[in-house]
Design a protein. Sequence first.
Length: 190
Amino acid sequence: MYQSLKNTFEEILKISNEDWEIFKLILETKKLKKKEYLLKQGQICQGIFFLSKGLIRTFHINNDGKEINTSFYLQNDFLREIESMTNNIPSVKNIQAIEDSTVFYIDKDKLTKLYEKSVFYQKMGRMILEKLIISEQKYSSLQISHSPKERYLYILENNPELVKRIPLQYLASYLGISRESLSRIRKRIS
């Protein structure tokens, strides 16, 4: 059941069986139906999540009431709302399942206690956080320095699974363009 998470840990940092058994004790499993929320704007995030199965998005509502998609997560991705969790403040983001999904939840307080007991988990936590920050920076750089067509081509080349599974309006929002503009870009490319 937890093999995908253990494999992801192994890709980041070798984990002993003893450390793995300790970590499994703090995991909770949550099953989400399509369109169900893990976190709603205004709630305080109390932990981090690992997506075992499914597809999840992060979005916020702008001043015009329009949904702006900021992240998509596939199997074996960590999900989080770091600012809300770290500063214990209401989230400005929503985390919602696009497909039926299964996540492993890691409570912030339990994780903090684990960090206090183990240098290994401090190092693992730092390495996961670095990976998440790099992902955020790539998205930011993509939005700032590339045209909509270049952003679409980047996703098509680097994460074609997103293009296949994400509804067109979500993908357009993520790219910062209208659905119609994305349709024109896709038509020109094919």
